[in-house]
Every structure is written in C-alpha cells, then in structure tokens.
Unconditional design. Structure first.
Length: 498
C-alpha cells in the first residue's frame, strides 16, 4: 500500500515516509492509494481481541511497510494500562435506548487526542528507523489546549525526539494551562504566546518553512515533523476505535453482526469524523455520519450547501477544541469523492487560501449528502444539553460531547431515524469543569480549578482521573510568555543552535 498526496496523485510514498514527513511538499495531505476492506467475519474476530490487538489488526491493512513486530511494538506500548485508566482503552457507556457513548478520554490527558498521540511517537520513531533517518525529530505544536498536552505526554522522554508547544496566553482553560506548564520530561518545552491560537499556528508554520531555520536544523542533524491531524499517523489510530466499538456492541449482543449504526462526532478539524468515514468505506456497517459543530458552523453550512466559506465571525465558545474555521482534513474527503482529482483539489484549496471560499460540484455535494448529516449547537444549547443529560441519566458529559448529543437529538427529531447510534465522547467532563458546572449548578462558586473538580466528583459516578488529581502536587516548570515574533528564537535557543 502506497500513499499519494491530495495535490499530486503521481506521488507515491510508503506509510513510513508519509508519517515521518507529516505533510506532502506540495502542501497536500497523504492518503492511502486505496481503502482496504474489512469483512464482517473480521469484525467478529476483532471482537475477541484486546484493544492493542484490534489496533494492530487494522494497522496491518494500512501500514504494509511495517513488520508485524514493529506494529505490535507500537500498539503494545501505546495501548496499555500504563497510559490508560481502563483495560478496554475506549469504554462504551449505554446512555439511553440504542444510544452509546464511546468514551475516548480515559488516556493520560483526558481528551480523545490521546488515542492517536499515545501511538504517534512510536509510529514516528519506528518510521525514522526504517528509513535510516539519523536525525533527531523536533515536533512543534500550536495548540488551543488539548493537542498540546496530549502531544507532550506522548513524546515526553521518547528517545530521538524533542517537542515544543505554543499556546495562546489567554486562550486555554486554567486546567489546560496547568496541565501544560507542569509537564514533566527532559525533551519538552512549553511557552505561552501573547496572542490567539491563530498567532501560535501561523508562528509555527512560519518556522517550519523558514530557510535559515531549516538550514540550521540540517547542520545539526535535526528535522521537523508534525503532530497534528494532517499527519496520517494521527488519523489511522482513530479508524480503529470505530471498528472496535462496533465489534464490542456485537460481542455484547447490543447489535447483530451486519446491523447498521449511525455515528455522531463533535467536529473541528474534520479528523475524527473522517476516520469514521474511512471505517465505513472499509466495510463497517455505518449508515449516517452525523457531523456536529458549535456556533463556528462552517462545516454545517458546507455539508448543507456545498459552499465552504470561512469569511465569517470567529466565536470563542465553551467547546474551544472545535473553535476552528479551516477544517484541514476535509481535503482528504474531497480527494476521495472527486475520484482522486488532484487538479480539482488544488483549485478549491487554492481558492480557500486566497479568498477563504470554494464551492464543490453538484455531484460531490450529492455524494456528501449520502453519507453525512450536519447540524450545530450554540453555547446555550450545549449547556442545556449537559443539564438535561444529567437530570435524565445522571451522566455528566463535557461541552464538546454535549454538542454532539444536541445535534443528534435534532437529527432524530427531524428524521425519526431510530438506528442504533454511537456518539463519540471526546473529553472528560473534568477537563472543562467550569462550563460543565455552569450548566448543572449555575450558582456554584469555586475558589480554584481543583474545587471545580471536587464538585464534579460529587455529582458524577466518574472518578477523578489520576492525571488531573496529581496536577495539584506538580511544580510549574514553564512560565515563559513571548511575542509571536520571538517564537523562532525560542525554538533555536531551546535546541541549542543559536
Ligand atoms: C480536537 C477535539 C475535537 C475536534 O476533533 P477534530 O478531529 O478536530 O474534528 C472535539 N472535541 C475535543 C474535546 C477535542 O479535543
């Protein structure tokens, strides 16, 4: 199996190359040249395996240049109870009749990003070894909160790597900030940037493409790579948990092998829902993919009209990990739906870069509608949903998951579709305690983030994740705050090459 670029169908690279490079030189994203198939017999077989074995089974289909031993090395190290609070890695909670919460946040940083970022460092170092790359891999991350911490935990003390994370000084929750500034590890760096997430992101992009920096890196046996969801190594681990969840529902006799299910995903960069789409295309019996957005509803409009238009107001919401106006992974979906038409993708994404807007053809629009339903929910709707789920089922869910539940309720009311449904639950409620408590007990006043955590613990059956409880005792290691213009200096100094 080879990988092509969405902007150059003639390019052919192995998965190890795609993962170590992160993004194609032409600016396109790497995609597998064909989508491997998965039979129902295989799904049944997967139901009897551990999570690590399930993951290895799926990876064998995509990472054909990896040996079985290499794949098992990666999965066994990533998906163990060393890193996850539960043996099943991803838990399924039965919420109400025929609706299941796929809890993807039992990892070290309490958000679903761990499902991929626990394994990416192993993929990356294994790929580098296979390709005889003898350079140290430097990971730069711009984060609005969740990715940064998940990447830090994944890469901390991983030999042959170094990681630096930039976050907007006033753009992350206090818990997220504490998670990052107390980060342990010898190869990690964290720095606040005086600006918003876009400032961090464009600062990082600028460093990636700066010729002087690149030359300094090469002279010192260093290379950059990316840990965000443009990297195929972050997407493929997400395909696994949809297949795994289906297999579990079959073995738990909640559904029969072959029954169709719907999947609801709270969406930002379109990575998580694209992974579900891949699972469907492999043969997993998925009926509708329901794309849930917050008030930054560029994807809702796109799926409903075929016009992608980022020229709109940006809102800071209580589901901040979905506050995004450019959903990078949509490029992969459109590449598939245009029949691998790289010229068309170049045209649309060129227009997006230039005018912030493009419109897909009627044919592509119709194909999108076949597989996807889209809806959105504002902060009021999010909080009302958290409260009503709590009142009805004594289940406390986070703000991002609540967006998905609300959009699913709207879908069900509108379509009367009673198909059994998996909702991707993307963060622990503890991680967004302040907003969750505003929803459930608006009069509660807390002294600090730990009081909030204790209060959630009173309300919920879910115990406080060790990783968050331990933060209290960890010293703050990173207090730096810099201007965007100083980011490249910071990187060079940290690497000791200036
Ligand atoms: C990143 C994130 C999302 C959005 O996922 P995408 O893959 O970007 O669509 C949703 N919820 C939480 C909690 C996240 O951290």
């Amino acid at each position: 199996m080879f990988y092509k670029s969405t902007r150059n169908s003639n390019l052919k690279v192995t998965s190890a190359q795609a993962i170590s490079q992160g993004i194609s030189e032409d600016g396109g994203l790497f995609v597998p040249e064909s989508i491997p198939s998965l039979t129902l017999e295989e799904v049944e077989k997967i139901g009897k395996m551990s999570y690590s074995e399930r993951a290895a089974y799926v990876f064998t289909k995509f990472l054909t240049d990896f040996t079985e031993a290499e794949i098992r090395y990666c999965t066994d190290n990533a998906y163990s109870t060393k890193n996850f609070e539960t043996e099943n890695i991803a838990e399924i909670a039965h919420l109400f009749d025929g609706t299941y919460m796929l809890e993807l946040w039992h990892g070290p940083t309490c958000a679903f990003k761990d499902m991929a970022l626990q394994i990416l460092p192993y993929f990356l170092t294994t790929s580098a070894k296979k390709l005889n790359i003898d350079k140290k891999i430097v990971i730069l991350v711009a984060t609005s909160g969740d990715t940064g911490k998940a990447a830090l935990e994944g890469f901390k003390d991983v030999e042959g790597t170094q990681i630096m994370v930039f976050y907007p000084e006033n753009g992350v929750s206090s818990m997220q900030k504490r998670q990052m500034t107390t980060q342990e590890g010898q190869n990690v760096g964290v720095c606040a940037v005086k600006g918003n997430f876009d400032d961090c992101q464009s600062g990082v992009k600028k460093i990636f493409t700066d010729e002087t920096v690149k030359k300094a890196l090469a002279d010192n046996k260093l290379m950059f790579s990316s840990a965000n969801s443009i990297n195929w190594g972050r997407l493929v681990p997400q395909v696994v948990y949809y297949i795994s969840a289906y297999a579990t529902l079959v073995s738990d006799e909640q559904i029969k092998l072959g029954d169709k299910i719907n999947v609801v995903v709270p969406t930002g960069n379109f990575g998580n829902i694209l992974a579900a789409y891949y699972a469907k295309r492999m043969g997993l019996p998925i009926a509708k993919l329901i794309c849930a957005s917050n008030i930054n509803n560029v994807l809702t409009d796109f799926i409903n009209t075929g016009v992608y238009d980022r020229n709109r107001k940006f809102y800071a919401t209580c589901s901040p990990s979905m506050d995004i106006l450019i959903s990078s992974n949509l490029e992969r979906l459109l590449y598939i739906l245009t029949g691998d038409n790289d010229a068309q993708i170049k045209e649309w994404f060129g227009a997006l870069a230039k005018d912030g807007k493009y419109e897909v053809s009627a044919d592509v629009k119709a194909k999108i509608k076949e597989d996807f339903y889209a809806g959105f929910c504002d902060d009021n709707g999010t909080k009302e949903t958290i409260k009503s789920i709590y009142d009805k089922y004594s289940y406390v869910c986070d703000t991002h998951t609540a967006v998905a539940v609300k959009v699913y309720e709207d879908y069900r009311r509108e379509t009367k579709d009673e198909t059994r449904t998996i909702i991707a639950s993307t963060a622990s409620p503890y991680k967004f305690s302040a907003s969750v408590l505003e929803a459930i007990c608006p009069d509660y006043k807390a002294d600090d983030e730990y009081a909030l955590v204790d209060k959630i613990n009173e309300l919920s059956d879910i115990s406080i994740p060790d990783a968050l409880a331990d933060l209290k005792n960890k010293p703050v290691r990173f207090t730096g705050s810099i201007d965007r213009a100083e980011m490249s200096d910071f990187v060079m100094k940290t690497l000791g090459i200036r």
